[in-house]
Ligand binder design. Structure first.
Ligand code: FAD
Length: 311
């Protein structure tokens, strides 16, 4: 069966695109991936998504988006897309051992935050360990937090967190930051920020929530404990673009390169959300670009229909 529109990804971007596309009667097929729901599944309270003055749990927000998309006729396959053929039309998407053909595609495969990769970190994600300062910073009013990292994001997050926290300690593996000079200066001149150099977080400590960390000095191998209320991991993101490598333009960090946020070089292939956004990375911005991509796909499909109609 030839699909009109396939949406790859079922986070806020893909689901918002699905709501719009299905309400416009295109009944899209959403290939939502094995981790359907996306990054918001990992968080408890989302306080900055419009429409929820008391906040909403990440998984509940996703559940509502999913119900809204299904209500208007979106169909879902919970498999990872493993290959795409964008060279000929209709386009092809392979997932779960099947090949799907489609006239248009919206890519909304998001990004995964890089974590430290230590066992104790997993236990506390959403309960004191976060990788999103703008999402979770406000929970740390008058608390003491650590930021792990040494790039621009780590500097920006640290400065941002000083609005709420009493103290911010940047823990960095080396003896110099990778961040731009301007960002470093801004962080290092802030009286609430201090740095622990040449050190790595070896273990996150706590019972139900984070209460401290074990730090290892990578030069002396000395291990010390530090009391802390929160750990922000700011060591970068991995955009989920492996299957588009060589087929669409990627930037040096692996993000999809777009024109006007949602267009690719291939007519009929659109992009939404964090997979092309290393700046804002928010649920609401991802939803917004999902909506734009769905409306652009509608215009493309209508044009295609008009061209194919016998005169
Ligand atoms: C811990 C945490 C807390 C956060 N808190 C907030 C918050 O409070 N407020 C806020 O605004 N933002 C928050 N964010 C950021 C927000 O979650 C992201 O900006 C948003 O989810 C991006 O949406 P997206 O749809 O672009 O991508 P994602 O949410 O990453 O979703 C991508 C989707 O694509 C799917 N996928 C990936 N590869 C494939 C493939 N090959 N085939 C099929 N499907 C695939 C995935 O399974 C997933 O369904 C938080 C993020 C994290 C990690």
């Amino acid at each position: 069966m030839l699909e009109k529109l396939i949406i790859i990804g079922a986070g806020p971007a893909g689901l918002s695109a699905a709501i719009y596309a299905s309400r416009e009667m295109f009944n899209p097929l959403v290939i939502g991936g094995l981790a359907a729901g996306g990054q918001l599944i990992l968080t408890s309270l989302v306080e900055n998504y419009p429409g929820f003055p008391d906040g909403i749990d990440g998984p509940d927000l996703i559940e509502k988006m999913l119900a809204q998309a299904k209500k208007f006729g979106s169909r879902f396959v919970y498999e990872n897309a493993t290959a795409v053929d964008l060279d000929s039309r209709p386009f092809k998407v392979s997932a779960g051992g099947k090949d799907y053909e489609t006239e248009a595609i919206i890519i909304a495969t998001g990004a995964n935050a890089k974590w430290l990769g230590i066992e104790s970190e997993k236990k506390f994600i959403g309960r004191g360990v976060s990788n999103c300062a703008s999402c979770d910073g406000a929970f740390y009013k008058n608390k003491n937090v650590i930021v792990a990292g040494g790039g621009d994001t780590a500097m920006e997050d640290s400065v941002f967190l000083t609005r709420f926290a009493n103290s911010v300690t940047i823990v960095h593996r080396r003896d110099a930051f990778r961040a731009s000079k301007m960002m470093q200066d801004r962080a290092l001149s802030n009286p609430k920020i201090k740095v622990i150099w040449n050190s790595a977080i070896e273990e996150v400590l706590g019972d139900k929530v984070v209460t401290g960390v074990k730090l290892k000095n990578l030069v002396t191998n000395e291990v010390t404990e530090m009391k802390i209320d929160g750990v922000f991991v700011a060591i970068g993101y991995h955009p989920n673009t492996d299957i588009f490598n060589g087929k669409l333009k990627l930037d040096e960090l692996g993000y999809l390169v777009t024109k006007d946020e949602i267009y690719t070089d291939i007519d009929g292939v659109f992009v939404a959300g964090d997979v092309a956004d290393h700046t804002f990375r928010q649920a609401a911005t991802a939803s917004g670009s999902g909506v734009k991509a769905a409306l652009a796909a509608r215009a493309y499909l209508q044009e295609l229909e008009a061209k194919e109609k016998p005169k």
